[in-house]
Design a protein around this ligand. Sequence first.
Ligand code: AHR
Length: 497
Amino acid sequence: MTTYVTINADMAKGKINRNIYGHFSEHLGRCIYEGIWVGEDSPIPNTKGIRNDVLAALKKIKVPVLRWPGGCFADEYHWKDGVGPLESRKKMINTHWGGVLENNHFGTHEFLLLCELLECEPYICGNVGSGTVQEMSEWVEYMTFDGVSPMADWRRSNGREEPWRVRYFGVGNENWGCGGNMRPEYYADLYRRYQTYVRNYGENKIHRIACGPNVDDYHWMETLMKEAGKMMDAISLHYYTIAGDSWQHKGSATGFSNDEWFITLERTKRMDELIRKHSAIMDQYDPEKRVGLIVDEWGTWFDVESGTNPGFLYQQNTIRDALVAGINFHIFHEHCDRVEMANIAQVVNVLQSVILTEGERMLLTPTYHVFDMYKVHHDATLLNTHLVSDYYEHDGRKMPQTSVSASKDEQGRIHVSLCNLDPAAGSDVRIELRGIAGASGLKINGTELTASAIDGHNTFDQPEAVKPQAFHSYSLEGNEIRVQLSPRSVTVLEVTV
Ligand code: AHR
């Protein structure tokens, strides 16, 4: 059987906001401490406390935006405890995540330095659950006010003369759950109140982000849009992919069955339905699509690796995770008229990470490689694409075998990303490129990510077991590209016209 793809290179569908390739970093497990921050005195090479190997790896994938400090941690975080001399910073217990001591050594200055080094936008999540309006308002003043004021002066006395530019600010996190267990009517009123004091100072224009629904809580979305839609620039959505039958048994990150492979991919594809249905509600209150949808937590969530702290959410990452990433990116591309940002959870050592560390060692996960291969889509123009896919069948159930997305960059190069969801069978794909002049001179470059097993992954002893390889299994006939995709693979083709 053959899969047919038609790409209309002269039909633009919108712009793929680079921010959908965003990341999330929480004070959770070994994400911040060990994963990002080792402190200036560490034997691990670092820049003002931030580890250099992780910095370099993140720079390579051009992280566009980084969310911090949580997650659930955000609604327990009191930012004033995290500024000033390290030795005098107040300590706290991280009650959500493992009950460990938080020494607040990584605070506002350190996070914003990290963003400067990465050249990415900071996305800060404020505390609604246990913080005050004044605290939130003063945080914004501390970071962004240029004149003379108590908070701006305090910032200067802590060593930062110039204000930072902070574009994205979230007013609470999961306030339907860990962020205060609120009803949407109550949170909508709180949102209206808190956001009033999230001020724009000088040139710094803040994009105010409301806490949105969990998965398919359409009542939450409806209430927020109705009661507060005019006072927000964006609203969030959280959806995690699990493979097991419950949150107690989420399935294993490695050593899983073919059944769990199928279930994981089937469930992750639900992101499309969720975005469509939430967008339809948003359309009723915001037909001009002024308010963005930000999927600021997504990815796989499996059982923790054995022997690790259950509150640290540390999991391995396989070629299955790479496919989850590729599939979700294609979904976000298709909804680029509404989805303006997405932040995979989480950047290092937690859930579907792009990087894992162990002491001084670091490895790049299969998910990292998808971010790297897909960076060609950043800010590119999404092209109209039509797919007639063969099926991947498992135990009497089936789903389209192939997922595809195509974009055109500023230089006119077309990038086609293809996921073969079948863990065992290759896929023959015919791609017809319409709407291009000079089909006879097409040039193609390909990169493929696959693995020798369905749970193929990298370890600290074998950090390059799964990595992108040059892809040559294609032929060109006029404006048709014939491609043989490997089983369980993610492939990116660059077509130069
Ligand atoms: O990413 C882990 C946790 O998942 C976050 O802290 C929370 O927002 C969500 O429930």
